[in-house]
Design a protein around this ligand. Structure first.
Ligand code: SAH
Length: 388
């Protein structure tokens, strides 16, 4: 274990001693010349205390920590990391679950592996590589996954920084698409052409929460993607469900998912439209409205515009939902925390001037764990509201 040494400024070691995973450029006292993106480095305090081992990146987050122990970053290291994520999913009941076969196996910083996401879809795994430093270890990671999952059919890799490289490291299967099961619902997942790794697994529990209110109701699933919430609502006996998304492809896939579960049904309509416009034209049409937009803010700089966006859509929905309606509203922007989201929704409620109560506060499910030392791993929040 002989890695180049990055030395922190006096006092800047505190966050690492508390196991936070990021070292910002302003905390660095000195580093060797010539470090390349993804290089393994040892981090020390200014008085020479070992703090941990991480990967160097040019930019404002200069080191992402891999471990706080003096260890070599080799096959064994990755094996320990992956096994620990796998054991947790096993303990939670996700592995070989007869009812639900799509779950997140590795949740980047949430599992103390910055830059790596792994989602399981039946007997297939999709890796999303968010940082270049992970690239040299992909084959190791794939080998370890094959040991954990003897029935595995394929491992597909998505490179967040260069989609042209996307492809199989194991397999490949005959097609890039499988049918997965989530509770009693089925969905096509297309990891090569879909959004994210193919499906929004993180909304599993929230779909179930909302569906319990859908019987005999008219439901709007706004920002529907491929219809996760819509399928749950119909299964729960909704009278009518409308799925709205600005992406034509998302609505085509949503229609396919409805057909897969319910055949040809007149209770569902897929609509290609911009939700900001659509929400202005829905006076008194819906008993239940689901708002699950994309992350309006990915960076702290766009916080103000994002807040305005969230407020706008929520205000429109609150104004126009039927009396006694239920509004389920979400944000997956990591930079908008729970408190800020609540304030934005509060602001929309004040402007809508309706009596509104919080029924449930939603978050991400256990297969997307939040690393207590790294609060940034908490990103999904939602409120289920009663609008009198
Ligand atoms: N609720 C979904 C995930 C939504 S992801 C699920 O449970 O799977 C966000 C979706 O919003 C994407 O499909 C994207 O195409 C869509 N979108 C982004 N901006 C939009 C806009 N202005 N109007 C309508 N849809 C939009």
């Amino acid at each position: 274990m002989n890695y180049p040494v990055v030395i922190l400024k006096a006092g800047k070691e505190k966050s690492l001693l508390q196991r936070h995973l990021w070292v910002f450029s302003g905390a660095i006292h000195s580093k060797p010349d010539g470090l390349q993106e993804g290089d393994i480095v040892q981090v020390q305090s200014v008085i020479g205390h070992f703090l941990g081992i991480g990967q160097f990146y040019p930019g404002s987050i200069m080191v992402r920590m891999l471990t706080f122990e003096p260890k070599s970053i080799d096959h064994n290291f990755w094996k320990q990391k992956i096994l620990s994520a796998y054991q947790l999913r096993k303990q939670l009941g996700f592995v070989d679950n007869p009812v639900t076969n799509a779950y997140r196996l590795i949740h980047a910083e949430g599992d103390s592996i910055p830059g790596l996401i792994a989602d399981v879809y039946a007997n297939n795994i999709v890796l999303q590589i968010q940082l270049k430093g992970i690239v040299p270890y992909i084959q190791d990671i794939a080998d370890i996954l094959c040991e954990c999952y003897p029935k595995i059919e394929s491992i597909y890799v998505q490179y967040a920084f260069d989609e042209r490289k996307n492809g199989y490291v194991y397999g490949p299967k005959k097609q890039d698409k499988v049918i997965i099961q989530e509770n009693e619902n089925c969905f096509y997942v297309d990891w090569a052409n879909g959004q994210k790794t193919g499906f929004f697994i993180d909304q599993r529990e929230n779909r179930a929460w909302i569906s319990q209110y859908c019987k005999d109701k008219t439901v709007l699933n706004a920002f529907s993607y491929n219809g996760g919430f819509s399928v749950y609502a119909l299964r729960a006996g909704a009278k009518e469900v409308h799925s709205v998304d600005s992406a034509k492809k998302a609505i085509a896939e949503c229609d396919e998912n409805i057909k897969l579960n319910f055949g040809n049904t007149s209770s569902h309509k897929g609509i290609v439209a911009d939700c900001f416009d659509y929400l202005k034209s829905i006076d008194n049409l819906y008993d239940i409205i689901i708002l699950d937009p994309p992350a309006f803010a990915k960076h702290i700089h766009s916080l103000k515009n994002a807040s305005t966006g969230y407020k706008q859509i929520n205000l429109q929905a609150m104004r126009r939902i039927r009396k006694g309606g239920i509004l389920a509203t979400f944000s997956c922007s990591q930079v908008i925390d729970k408190d800020l989201f609540r304030k934005i929704i509060f602001g929309a409620a004040v402007d809508a001037n309706r009596k509104i109560q919080i029924l449930h506060q939603c978050t991400q499910p256990a297969d997307h764990p939040i690393n207590i030392y790294h609060p940034e791993s908490e990103y999904l929040k939602g409120l289920i509201l009663y609008v009198e």
